[in-house]
Design a protein around this ligand. Structure first.
Ligand code: H79
Length: 427
């Protein structure tokens, strides 16, 4: 591996600690089908119930579309710039999805960007742009491959797609496929400098033994000692990946919610079911308050540009983060649910309250050392908010450091249209 200088990242961080505090990242779902507004991979197996706007495209037609993929060079730069403005700390690109099409010119097969009019290396552009922005870089890689001759490929005769009913390989074919799988990962982990994260998917189609996940993980960690691996390499991995869902309780180890802006992963002009920027910010607050990360997805169009609906949301989030990002990035979960009606985070002695519903006059925080409250402000404006503490009279009289409740006045004008953050400084 070539020596790599990564701006903004200290070597002491190389253990994955960065991930447990990152809080916000950008997921990018992109493939040759993006030119047609197709969901990634699922159209070729006839769609999937959880993807309401997914098309149905015959397998041959789907794969043939690869030859027409001709994005603009350097498209990744704009996505990464937007990620940076949003305060995102890492990025993940679909280097290869279930459809088997590689966004880098893999030497292990001829089914890649090298066989298109583009001929460049979209993985390299992505990795380089991410690193130049000082962010951590991750690659999404699906273990399954609905195109590879030895997998073997999914054909229209195999429809409908059902769990456990994937076409079975021959023994010799499977041995070749596993070799191919190792070869592709070796390329990604050798040719692009430091890779901070691997985001596996598709593992459900075979067993951990069939994938040889132990051997695969050993190879990965020997090539990239600091790498973080998600939980979708069966039997391995460092963190949980609830998809399209925020768990009500933290799962007990590092975790990340991956979330689409609408109901599709790849660009789909017919899917107008977008969440509002406000809803996305609220989800970010909820995730941060439970110690997780939000991996927010964009689906660039075929030429690599982002659709206005997606840019609008990223811009709004960036605006909110510019003023309130300190309540999210690098924070820890703070209060128990009974203490405040909303998500909370903390950094040192500063507590952040995320006000996600409009208060009547005030909000209340319970179980605080009320005499140690030094200052309460609305974070965006810095406006000082009036507050008063209350505790049992007996403590008021005889306890020098009583625990009680703090009621904070929240006048209408300080409310942020997306989410109001109140910072409480304690001595
Ligand atoms: O890339 C996006 C999706 O295309 C991909 N993950 C995100 C990040 C994804 N692939 N599959 N899934 C999500 C969910 C798969 C669900 C099912 Fe099954 C596969 C339903 C039936 C087969 C796995 C096996 C879950 C239940 C049985």
């Amino acid at each position: 591996m070539q020596e790599q200088k990564t701006p903004g990242i200290s070597p002491a961080d190389a253990t994955g600690i960065w991930f447990s505090r990152a809080r916000f990242g950008l997921f990018v779902h992109w493939g040759h089908g993006s030119r047609c507004g197709w969901e990634l991979s699922w159209p070729l197996v006839g769609g999937m119930k959880a993807l309401r706007h997914c098309q149905d495209v015959p397998a041959e037609t789907y794969h043939a579309n690869a030859r027409a993929f001709a994005p603009h060079a350097g498209a990744a730069r704009a996505w990464i710039a937007a990620a940076k403005r949003c305060g995102m700390q890492y990025t993940v690109l679909t280097a290869k999805h279930h459809d088997g099409f590689a966004l880098w010119p893999t030497r292990a097969s001829d089914f890649s960007i090298a066989a298109t009019p583009y001929r460049g290396d979209l993985v390299r552009e992505f990795v380089d742009a991410t690193r130049e922005a000082g962010l951590r870089v991750g690659l999404y890689f699906s273990l399954c491959d609905w195109h590879h001759p030895d997998y073997p490929p999914f054909t229209d005769a195999d429809r409908p797609y059902r769990y456990g009913m994937a076409p079975r390989p021959t023994e010799a074919g499977w041995a070749r496929y596993v070799e191919f799988l190792f070869a592709q990962l070796r390329e990604l982990l050798t040719d692009y400098g430091r890779i901070d994260l691997l985001w596996f998917d598709g593992g459900w189609e075979r067993t951990a033994d069939a994938w040889q996940t132990r051997e695969l993980e050993a190879m990965i960690r020997s090539l990239q000692p600091g790498i973080v691996i998600n939980d979708r390499l069966p039997g391995c991995g460092d963190y949980d990946t609830p998809e399209q869902f925020v768990p009500p309780e933290p799962p007990g180890r590092a975790w990340e919610t991956c979330l689409t802006m609408n109901e599709s992963w790849a660009w789909n002009p017919d899917d107008a079911d977008y969440k509002s920027a406000r809803a996305l910010v609220h989800t970010l607050c909820e995730v941060a308050s439970r110690g997780g990360n939000l991996l927010l997805n964009v689906g660039p169009t075929g030429d690599g540009s982002l659709a206005p609906e997606q840019v609008e949301r990223l811009d709004a989030i960036a605006g909110w983060m510019a003023a309130n990002g300190e309540s999210i990035l690098g924070t820890e979960p703070a209060l128990a649910p009974w203490q405040f009606y909303g998500p909370t985070t903390r950094r040192g002695t500063r507590l952040y309250l995320h006000v996600l519903s409009r208060p009547y006059d005030s909000v209340t925080v319970r179980g605080l050392p009320i005499r140690r409250v030094r200052r309460v402000i609305e974070l965006r404006s810095g406006a000082v908010l009036e507050s008063s503490g209350r505790c049992p009279v007996i403590d008021e009289l005889f306890n020098a450091d009583p625990t009680g409740q703090l009621t904070i006045r929240v006048p209408e004008p300080v409310l942020d249209p997306l989410a109001t953050v109140i910072a409480v400084d304690l001595d």
